[in-house]
Design a protein around this ligand. Structure first.
Ligand code: ATP
Ligand code: MG
Length: 288
C-alpha cells in the first residue's frame, strides 16, 4: 500500500556532502514554477533529504500553497533581502518533516525598489543562504515571472537553473531572453551556474498540440529536457488550495508520481555512476 508519513523521516538517501541550490525560473507566467518548487521539494524531502524552499515571488504562492497565511508573516524573504535578517528567523517548518520554507508575501515587491541603490544587490540572496548550506541537501528557489532583480538574485545564488515550460503554443517564447540572462550571469556574476534541465509541464496526452510542443522543445533543446514530463493533472491544481504538496493530498495520483520521478531523475544525474541504477529504480517517497 502506498502512504506518506507526515513529519517522519521516510527514506534512505545519504545526506549530500554539499547542498545544491536550484533556481526554478521562467519569466513566462503560469508555467508551473511554483507547482514544481513545492512538489519537487516534497518529493526530495520524502527521500529523507533536507530541503528548503525559498519563496522569492511577491505573489507568495509557494507560501500559501503550503498552507501558510502569507498576510501574517513576522519575517519573510523581504526582511532577509532588504534588512539582512537572519533567514533562520523567518524559516518555517511544514507538514513534511524535512521540508522547510522561507516564506514571502507582497511586501517583497518593495525589495525591487529598495535594493536599487544597494551595492552588490545581486548577491543578497547568495550571502543570506551561505550559512544554510550545511543544514540542507537541496534549496529550491521559486522565482517570480520576471527577469528583474529578484530572479537575478536567485541565479547568482544557484548552482543550477530548472526551467518549467508549459506544453502550449508560444511555449518557447521568452526562452531566448532567459538564456541570454543565464549567459550574462555565467559570464560575470556566477560562473558555476548550469542548466539543471528543462521540464515540460501540463502535458495533455489527448492533445496533438502537446505532442507537437514536446517534439519541438526536444528538437530545440535536446538532452537538456528532462525525460519525465509532468502531465496536466487536476490533483496537482487542487492541492495548493488544501495547503499541501500533492504527496500529502493525492499520493496515488499521476501528478504525485511524476514529481517523484523528477526527483529520481535529478538524484540519478547527481549520483556517482555505479549508484545510478539503485537511485533510479528504488525508493523515493512511497512505502509499498
Ligand atoms: P507564476 O508565473 O504566476 O508564478 P507559475 O509558473 O508558478 O505561475 P503555477 O502557479 O505553478 O505556475 O501554475 C499555474 C496554474 O496551473 C496553477 O493554478 C496551478 O495549480 C496549475 N498547474 C500547474 N501545474 C499543473 C499541472 N501539471 N496540472 C494541472 N494544473 C497545473
Ligand atoms: Mg509561481
Amino acid at each position: 500500500m502506498f502512504h506518506v508519513k507526515r513529519r517522519r523521516r521516510m527514506l534512505c538517501y545519504a545526506p549530500m556532502a554539499l547542498s545544491r541550490i536550484i533556481a526554478i525560473a521562467n519569466q513566462k507566467g503560469g508555467v508551473g514554477k511554483t507547482t514544481t518548487t513545492i512538489n519537487l521539494g516534497a518529493s526530495l524531502a520524502a527521500a529523507d533529504l533536507r530541503v528548503l524552499l525559498v519563496d522569492l515571488d511577491p505573489q507568495g504562492n509557494c507560501t500559501s500553497g503550503l498552507g501558510m497565511d502569507k498576510n501574517t508573516l513576522q519575517a519573510s524573504t523581504y526582511h532577509v533581502l532588504t534588512e539582512g535578517a537572519d533567514p533562520l528567523s523567518a524559516i518555517c517548518s511544514t507538514d513534511l518533516d524535512s521540508l522547510d520554507l522561507l516564506p514571502s508575501n507582497r511586501e517583497l515587491t518593495g525589495a525591487t525598489v529598495e535594493l536599487l541603490g544597494v551595492k552588490r544587490r545581486e548577491f543578497r540572496l547568495a550571502l543570506a543562504l551561505e550559512p544554510l548550506h550545511e543544514r540542507y541537501d537541496f534549496i529550491l528557489i521559486d522565482c517570480p515571472p520576471t527577469l528583474g532583480i529578484l530572479t537575478l538574485n536567485a541565479l547568482v545564488a544557484a548552482d543550477s537553473l530548472l526551467i518549467p515550460i508549459q506544453c502550449e503554443y508560444f511555449a518557447l517564447e521568452g526562452l531566448s531572453d532567459l538564456m541570454d540572462t543565464l549567459g550574462r550571469v555565467q559570464q560575470s556574476l556566477n560562473p558555476k551556474l548550469c542548466i539543471e534541465g528543462v521540464l515540460l509541464t501540463m502535458y495533455d496526452e489527448r492533445l496533438n498540440l502537446s505532442a507537437q510542443i514536446r517534439q519541438s522543445v526536444r528538437g530545440h533543446l535536446g538532452d537538456q529536457v528532462f525525460q519525465i514530463i509532468i502531465p496536466r493533472n487536476v490533483r496537482l491544481a487542487e492541492s495548493p488550495s488544501f495547503g499541501k504538496p500533492i504527496l500529502l493530498y493525492a499520493v496515488r495520483s499521476k501528478g504525485a508520481d511524476s514529481y517523484l520521478q523528477l526527483a529520481r531523475e535529478i538524484l540519478a544525474k547527481m549520483a556517482p555512476l555505479e549508484e545510478k541504477l539503485p537511485y533510479a529504480t528504488h525508493s523515493i517517497g512511497v512505502i509499498s
